[in-house]
Write a protein that binds this ligand. Structure first.
Ligand code: PLP
Length: 447
């Protein structure tokens, strides 16, 4: 109650925040492989083209990670030290974007799960801390990895610092120059960072000889990190997306969201996530896909990608390599071809030629939808969101915002309520040069 001019008045505030306690940090990750109506095609050894075995993967991953990669167990327990690391920022908030709804004059209710509250500013630490933990347990001393926009590299740098491991990051060259603060962040957390293609590896030197101005790509950076791993003692490799175990670790996002939507007394009609390699999309959506598969729910699930690197909507479902140098196993996935070098768009984390095999498989079975947007439309949505909700979103996450806004506008045109949930996978406070380019009419990708 507040008192205005001596008269007591009810103060009604629309609830916008749906918080869980630290005791409610999920105890298990959800493995969608257990509930697939059709099994996935196995990864193949790059040389023999036979199904890859655990020992094929042991050069780059420790046993506990390989076990998760190949597991069909529905729920996998989260080790206590990982839950304790999660407690630094989890459970993350679920917020209702009431100001955005008002701006759009829509009857839709728009909710967003905000992963930007992690120390690195995105969802990526959900897997980074798990991978660092398992490697430390197995006696590994150093991890090598690639990073696109720098979100994964900084997350792994953070996680290695927490568990006492060295960390070397191959950062896609275009992002290395576009995002110097990401590099500084990684170095602050103790990592060594190389612009990829680099002079550090045979493969990097080869690419530079052929094209000294190569802007780099995730595929090239992965090849460099794998070469570094297999040629350096006590080193293993960590991947920030695509693989089953990474998607698995991210499911804490959707598991929390389901509990938070109960606090809001609503159920989503549509769940949206942006998709680069597929991990944050998997994280928000797989627990909802499970409800569709096992509880007869009919939630629409939408992956959003950039038009200039649109594997799910324009790629082919076939076996392809995860990297450019053909070192990884062949995976059955939607791909634009492993030689594809995407344009230098600002959503650096979405510049990957392929898509997680689990996400690809769901798309092939018609269990999820996918849409693609050009960069300009995405930044337009990002600035509407920033002005109404306050948070400056990461360019990657802004793809999900664009799709959520379009769903809300459709609801307005149809004159019916719709409950929309999207994953705001990160903040954009280290992406301000991208906003500067947008605000000054300098975005180059017109697709
Ligand atoms: C904020 C953010 N969202 C999304 C992505 C896309 O990656 P993924 O599809 O693995 O979630 C990235 C990748 O770096 C990112 O930094």
């Amino acid at each position: 109650m507040i008192c205005v001019s001596g008269q007591p008045k009810e103060q009604v505030v629309t609830r916008t925040s749906f918080a869980l306690t630290q005791e409610q940090i999920p105890t298990h990750w959800y493995n969608i492989v257990a509930d697939l109506p059709e099994p996935m095609a196995p990864p193949l050894h790059p040389g023999t083209k036979k199904p890859a075995t655990a020992s094929d993967m042991s050069a780059i991953f420790v046993d506990s990670i390989i076990e998760q990669e190949m597991s069909a167990q529905r729920f996998i327990e989260i080790p206590q030290p990982v839950r304790e690391a999660y407690a630094l920022w989890r459970p993350t908030p679920l917020l209702r974007a009431v100001r955005l709804e008002r701006e759009l004059q829509t009857p839709a209710h728009i909710y967003y799960k905000y992963e930007g509250v992690s120390p690195a500013g995105s969802h990526k630490p959900n897997s980074a801390v798990a991978q660092a933990y398992y490697n430390k347990q197995a006696g590994v001393k150093r991890l090598a990895t690639e990073t696109g926009a720098g979100q994964w590299g900084s997350s792994l740098a953070l996680a290695c610092g927490m568990f006492g491991l060295e960390c070397t990051v191959y950062m896609v060259k275009v992002s290395f120059h576009q995002k110097p603060y990401r590099r500084m962040l990684m170095e602050t957390w103790g990592a060594t960072v190389h612009a990829s293609p680099s002079e550090q590896t045979n493969y990097g030197r080869k690419v530079l000889r052929e094209n000294p101005d190569c802007p780099g790509s995730l595929g090239i950076a992965i090849s460099e990190a794998i070469e570094d791993t297999v040629s350096t003692p006590h080193t293993k490799y960590a991947l920030g997306s695509v693989l089953n175990h990474v998607c698995l670790h991210q499911t804490v996002i959707g598991t929390e969201t389901i509990e938070q939507m109960k606090l809001a007394w609503e159920e989503p009609d549509v769940v949206i996530g942006c998709a680069g390699g597929g991990s944050n999309f998997a994280g928000i959506s797989f627990p909802f896909v499970r409800q569709n598969l096992t509880q007869g729910k009919k939630t629409r699930i939408v992956a959003v990608e950039p038009s200039s690197c649109a594997s799910l909507t324009q790629g082919q479902m076939r076996y392809d390599f995860g990297d450019t140098a053909e070192m990884t196993p062949l995976m059955m996935m939607y791909t634009l071809g492993h030689q594809f070098v995407p344009p230098s768009i600002h959503a650096g984390g979405l510049r990957y030629h392929g898509m997680a095999p689990t996400v690809s498989h769901l798309k092939k079975l018609g269990l999820i939808d996918a849409v693609a947007y050009p960069q300009e439309a995405v930044f337009q949505a990002a600035t509407i969101f920033a002005k109404t909700e306050g948070i400056v979103p990461a360019p990657e996450s802004s793809h999900a915002i664009r799709a959520a806004i379009d769903e809300a506008l459709l609801a307005r045109n149809e004159g019916r309520k719709r409950v929309i949930v999207f994953n705001l996978s990160g903040h954009g406070l280290m992406d301000m040069s991208a906003y500067d380019a947008y605000l000054n009419g300098k975005l180059t990708d017109g697709k």
